[in-house]
Design a protein around this ligand. Structure first.
Ligand code: ZN
Length: 414
């Protein structure tokens, strides 16, 4: 007897009229005509889309819902505003504060169909590993509802001696299993080249993959992106390194961009575009035309580079709006990238599901027998319509269990 049976699904990348049987958290059978009596619980998909859950591969769970009074408008101002939020938290309350806000964000993510996510967590001189520890506690608390992967986002605004202490802290966090990825927004610091070398070395020593913020700027400088591609190849880390933002790629000439995108392909980098946040923060110095601040999505796709979109920030100084909803972010990405034909929308959908699953190295992900039953049942039958209509996600299933349901009712008089 199966635990759960989904009847008459439009199974993502498989086809119509499929029944999906789930047992012990795994997909055990996908075919037509599995009898309803074969399972303890049956959900009728009524011909609608059933797809693997969204994978939100770049979030900031320690920053969510920290919006103050100010309207930040630039990346530098947002960083400053977040520090002023942190400084107002009472001594000893940092972990509780992060967990409270992060749990709310996790509820936003799960109810909109995210089944796995990756969050950056700041490491500051005054908080050390408190944020990382809080996130590990939450990761464990929520493990039956959503997979949370943790990446470090250390600050290096201080002197070399203090920086060295933070690097030791990172090494300690790796050795104690507190991190799934190592990262940082290193190019905002003067000694970014040296810091990047050091972070790479820690990752290699501890056999951890990497996830960087890279060249999130309007300036025509993509040396950091190039350095990461070079180091990835040098250390044989192909496929294990993510690069978020890379907005500066817009500011360089086409020839330079093509050369560096070729290098990214060779290094098998995982690119993450964050349109919602960068539309808000980039191009602030422009009068008209105002640049979009979004990386070269089409060129990466054409070069065969694994590119995903993600939601980045939720109602904090870096983006005062946002719902952590990957279907909403998908439609925004499609509009910004001017990719709205049926097949282009299918590509965008992949950028929120299969592509980020590859970036996160999720081995048990996908709609196939033997994979984790992390699924979303939509109220649309095809991917493009799910994006266009912002379909209701009727059921969100994590490891074979229903973790969220949504309904939509409309009364109209004509
Ligand atoms: Zn970010």
């Amino acid at each position: 007897m199966y635990d759960l049976l989904i009847k008459k699904a439009y199974a993502y990348n498989i086809g119509k009229n499929k029944d999906i049987a789930i047992h012990n958290g795994k997909i055990v059978e996908i075919r037509e005509g599995i009898p309803e009596t074969a399972a303890r619980e049956v959900i009728q998909a009524n011909g609608n889309l059933v797809a693997p859950g969204f994978v939100d591969c770049h979030m900031h769970f320690d920053k969510v819902f920290s919006l103050g009074e100010k309207d930040s408008k630039t990346l530098d101002a947002a960083i400053e505003e977040f520090y002023s939020y942190c400084n107002n938290i009472k001594e000893g309350e940092w972990k509780t504060d992060i967990k409270r806000r992060a749990k709310e964000a996790a509820r936003f993510a799960v109810q909109s169909g995210t089944t796995s996510l990756r969050t950056h967590v700041n490491i500051e001189p005054n908080t050390d590993l408190q944020g990382i520890e809080a996130m590990n506690e939450l990761k464990n608390e929520l493990k039956d509802y959503v997979d949370i992967k943790i990446t470090s986002l250390p600050s290096f605004y201080d002197e070399p001696e203090a920086q060295a202490k933070r690097l030791d802290l990172l090494e300690y966090a790796c050795k104690n299993g507190l991190l799934d990825f190592l990262g940082g927004a290193l190019n905002i610091h003067d000694n970014w080249e040296d810091l990047t070398e050091k972070i790479f070395a820690i990752a290699v020593r501890n056999k951890l993959p990497l996830d960087f913020h890279v060249n999130e700027s309007d300036n025509p400088d993509i040396r950091h992106f190039e350095q990461i591609a070079d180091l990835t190849i040098k250390y044989g880390y192909e496929g294990r390194v993510s690069c978020g933002h890379v907005t500066a790629l817009n500011a360089v000439d086409n020839e330079t961009a093509a050369r560096v995108i070729g290098k990214a392909k060779k290094a098998d980098l995982n690119i993450i575009t964050l349109p919602s946040c960068n539309l808000y923060l980039m191009g602030r110095g422009d009068k008209q035309p105002i640049r979009r601040g979004v990386t070269r999505i089409r060129e990466f796709l054409e070069a065969g580079v694994n590119i995903s979109y993600a939601s980045d920030n939720i109602r904090d100084p870096f983006r005062p709006i946002g719902n952590g909803d990957m279907l909403e972010e998908g439609l925004l990405t499609a509009q910004v990238a001017q990719m709205v034909t049926k097949s282009e929308l299918e590509t965008v959908f992949r950028m929120g599901t299969l592509n980020p699953a590859k970036a996160l190295q999720l081995q048990d992900y996908g709609l196939a027998v033997g994979k984790n039953a992390d699924l979303v049942i939509f109220d649309s039958d095809i991917v493009s319509d799910a994006l266009i209509s912002q379909a209701t996600r009727r059921y969100i299933i994590k490891k074979g269990k229903i973790v969220a349901k949504n309904t939509k009712t409309t009364d109209i008089v004509f």
